[in-house]
Design a binder for this molecule. Structure first.
Ligand SMILES: [Zn+2]
Ligand SMILES: [Zn+2]
Length: 459
């Protein structure tokens, strides 16, 4: 059972419950000060690719010595320990006594950030203004990784969300990441063959697909082209800064290389036979960005594909690269959750709009004091303004009132509540059919009523 706490985020308060905490009454004994919530501490759960469920299970384990109040990732949060009590997360008496610990998805996809912001905004609604700390503000640790340089962004986004008040925000649908050459055979996966041609200590920094020269290569996601040329032409020099400037791409390795920037991360496509892109071009998801080949350090035709999340972790053993399969799985799972959140928000917005319109129509109908049974596209031809005594015919005013009450009450789709009239009608109409939908019906009705009002004024 989950409750929506923001435009994209559901909070699950019942699946997990961690025994690892200090009850509020014992906090003064344990930490030398009472439990008083003045902030949140942001954590990351460390390893890219690790699952939300596993982290929540681990923090809820029996006899554990660590925990957190919340675990959060794109689209969802889980409460493990009530904020009323002190979870064991900060490695500091003050941190544990005064803050709410939040464990975040380390990869920090856009959706992870959005859900963290929504959770903190929701907590502020309950506990008042909260200072945002990173774990390393309390003790020496690398935690919260990619979140730490973005604490001030978190604060300003929480404030903006709180200032906006409403949670009825529109969320743009974001396409899922696609594979660059479909389900072609993988000839060498990420992390394999650490000793051969791979200079990174962890082994192969990408995923190789065995495809014949001339195979179309597709952009994994929409983005901006930041490199589309021979790797030999990458900026020179052998300093750390120069290497970072060329994304740790070796000039003799990649042959013809395309690098795409997706905002939060880059994708790299190497050993191409050709590309017609230029730096600064934008590409859409799935667009052909070049043809595969065997240029650069390649023993045969293949596509080498990489994912580099930001901020770049050049010393992660893979020159900042992560397992592209894991990354894509996480990304697509996150965006699935965001897409379903977006659908709910859109439905909510439609309902809110419908409720407003019904309100408006109610007042207009009262105002004109005229029968409107002629104006609802024929449906009400037999219906009177206030219902016919002694018949089942409910009349328009009582029906609108029922509709309004049900909308207020249930906040649910109303195509089932109009006494059977709209049983098969959707909110906005079904594409490709004559079925006009309730919102469009209301539009027609509105127009007719406006006309009646004008006629009345002129009369
Ligand atoms: Zn931490
Ligand atoms: Zn490779």
């Amino acid at each position: 059972m989950a409750t929506r706490i923001g435009p994209t985020t559901w909070l699950d308060e019942s699946t997990w419950s961690s025994p690892n905490y200090t009850p509020a009454a014992q906090v003064p004994n344990m930490y030398g000060q009472p439990r008083k919530i003045t902030g949140v501490t942001v954590h990351h759960w460390g390893a890219d690719g690790q699952r939300f469920e596993d982290v929540a299970n681990y923090l809820s384990r029996t006899g554990g010595n660590t925990s957190a109040h919340f675990v959060v990732e794109a689209g969802r949060a889980a409460c493990l320990v009530s904020p009323a009590d002190a979870a064991w997360h900060a490695g500091s008496a003050e941190g544990n006594a005064t803050t709410i610990g939040i464990e975040c998805h380390p990869e920090l996809l856009d959706g992870d950030m959005t859900s963290l912001v929504e959770l903190i905004a929701w907590l502020e609604g309950v506990y008042g203004s909260l200072k945002v700390y990173g774990h390393r503000d309390w003790t020496q640790t690398a935690c919260p990784g990619r979140y730490y340089p973005r604490i001030s962004e978190i604060v300003s986004r929480v404030n903006a969300l709180r200032a906006g008040g409403s949670t009825a925000t529109t969320i743009a649908a974001v396409p899922a990441m696609v594979l660059p050459v479909g389900d072609a055979r993988v000839s060498q996966d990420f992390g394999q063959n650490g000793t051969q041609f791979n200079l990174a200590s962890g082994g192969h920094t990408g995923r190789d697909y065995a495809v014949p020269t001339g195979t179309q290569v597709h952009a994994s996601l929409a983005g901006t082209v930041v490199w589309a040329d021979w790797a030999n032409n990458l900026p020179g020099g052998d300093t750390a800064a120069a290497w970072a400037n060329r994304w740790y791409l070796h000039p003799s390795f990649g042959g013809i290389v395309v690098v795409l920037d997706h905002g939060n991360f880059l994708t790299v496509y190497a050993h191409l036979n050709s590309t017609s892109l230029n730096r600064g071009d934008t590409v859409t998801t799935g667009q052909v960005i070049g043809l595969s080949g065997a240029t650069g350090a390649a023993t045969g035709p293949h596509l080498h594909w990489e994912v580099l999340p930001k901020p770049f972790a050049w010393s992660n053993g893979y020159y900042g690269r992560v397992n592209p399969t894991q990354f894509r799985n996480n990304y697509n799972a996150a965006h699935q959750r965001i897409a379903s959140a977006a659908a709910v928000v859109a439905a909510d917005n439609e309902e809110a709009e419908l409720a407003n319109r019904v309100d408006e129509l109610l007042s207009l109908v009262k105002d004109t004091k005229k029968r409107v049974d002629i104006i609802w596209g024929g449906i009400f031809t037999e219906f009177s303004y206030s219902g016919k005594k002694g018949t089942n015919e409910p009349g328009i005013i009582p029906t609108l009132k029922t509709m309004k009450a049900k909308l207020d009450d249930t906040k649910r789709r109303v195509d089932i509540i109009w006494g059977g009239v709209f049983t098969t009608y959707s909110m906005t109409g079904k594409p490709g059919t004559e079925q006009p939908g309730i919102l469009r019906r209301l539009d027609t009705m509105q127009k007719e009523i406006d006309q009646l009002k004008t006629e009345q004024k002129e009369a």
